[in-house]
Design a protein around this ligand. Structure first.
Ligand code: 4NP
Length: 157
């Protein structure tokens, strides 16, 4: 059977999208669905390429038994042909992804959506950027993502 591939995308690929990726991987493990999926994350920006996720996000996630293991990379034109779903964290990421596709790829393979389209408990239409804020912002991002990432999985199962 073909695997379903999912790419989570934010700006820096060190806070929100690595958290979304790790939450999704953890959910797939719990539901014994790991073998059916390829999961990755990327940033629209290039500043943090090769770096681990922000330690504040890794620590907040570890408290929920979620391990963030990814290294930052930048989204590129090949991703539009490689992933079934590209899921943006906010409106600005969504616009940047669409612009990159327009200028670099003719592939209509990937479905590009905002992760918050799949929310049910939280009303936030975007995942807020926690980078310049306090520690509580990281927990809030995890709360929001646990809701919308599980909503996404339900929507495709
Ligand atoms: P992320 O957060 O997009 O959730 O990874 C950010 C990380 C770094 C920066 C901005 C947002 N930055 O400006 O370096």
């Amino acid at each position: 059977m073909n695997k379903i591939s999912v790419l989570f995308v934010c700006l820096g690929n060190i806070c929100r999208s690595p958290a979304a990726e790790a939450i999704f991987i953890s959910l797939l493990k719990k539901k014994k669905l790991t073998d059916g999926f390829i999961v990755d994350s990327a940033g629209t920006g290039s500043w943090h390429i090769g770096k681990k996720a922000d330690s504040r996000m890794r620590i907040a996630a570890e408290r929920r038994d979620i391990n963030i293991l990814s290294r930052a990379r930048q989204i590129n034109s090949k991703d539009f042909d490689a992933f079934n779903y590209i899921l943006a964290m906010d409106d600005s990421n969504f616009r940047d992804i669409k612009n990159l596709k327009t200028t670099t790829s003719s592939s209509d393979f990937a479905l590009i959506k905002k992760i918050q389209n799949f929310r049910s408990v939280f009303n936030e239409k975007e995942v807020p950027d926690p980078y310049f804020g306090g520690d509580e912002g990281f927990d809030y991002v995890l709360d929001i993502l646990e809701d919308s990432v599980s909503g996404f999985l339900e929507s495709i199962s």
